[in-house]
Design a protein around this ligand. Sequence first.
Ligand code: PAF
Length: 305
Amino acid sequence: MKIAILGAGAMGSLYGGFLAEGGNEVWLLDVWREHIDAINNNGLIIEGLSGHRIIKNIKATSNPFDIGIADLVIVFVKSTITDIVISQNLDIFDKNTIVLTLQNGLGNVEKINKLINKKNIIAGVTAHGATLISPGNIFHAGIGATNIGELNGGFSDRIRVISNIMNTAGLETTVSDNVIGLIWGKLLVNVGINALTAITKLKNGQLIDNAETEELLETAVNEAWNIVKAKGILLSYDNPIIYTKQVCKATAQNFSSMLQDITNCRKTEIDMINGAIVREGKKLGIETPVNITLTNLVKSIEKNY
Ligand code: PAF
């Protein structure tokens, strides 16, 4: 299968690397020149929990015309720029191209759908963690499952094919008929981990080694859980607080994506994560004081880069 990864940061590169190892034609599409050049010249280096290797059968480019039409586009860009990036790379899509978003945060499907027919969009979540070490070199810092699904539920042939491709490539993947539950399930994990790690500069695992950050994690997730309950969303696990702590353990050595953003003075996904909880809380009349605090603190850090 010809697969284009839109956004070759740590996670995009990780998935691209696995899928190339699985025998697919994989293109990484990104604007970061040094990363593109390093991969094309030396291969993609993955180190960490899944082992050290150099993947040579992967191509990287900034130019959508190099790729042509892809069978599958996996979107991994920051949720802040989803619609802009899709609009700049429309040449890799045709009426049969399937678009899979595995991004963090709320609102990505809606942004993709501004330009791509909804019937071509599928969505999912990932519990892997990865960190960019240097151009062309990433660290696989947390191993977890990938869950994907059709927006309208249902177990279509195409979702099974994509799930098989991922599993064959070593990315443990399951299909769900509850994409909204998946997206909110991942959102609550990001609500508990991302802003707190970005502010404290702790690794994911350290959040639950400190009573103070552990309490803040619990309260932030609990506020978001109240919203999930009010909206009647069915999560794919029982208790978001316990689950978020499990993700902290499974990705203990990872610097969360938001901490990586802050470290590199990039705009974060705070508006689509804790900020989204604040907005939803306002609509429903549910108090979210810890999420307001986390959102405002991250925004103040961003403003003072
Ligand atoms: O955004 C992230 O960093 C990841 O979604 C997760 C699972 C929190 C691991 O770091």
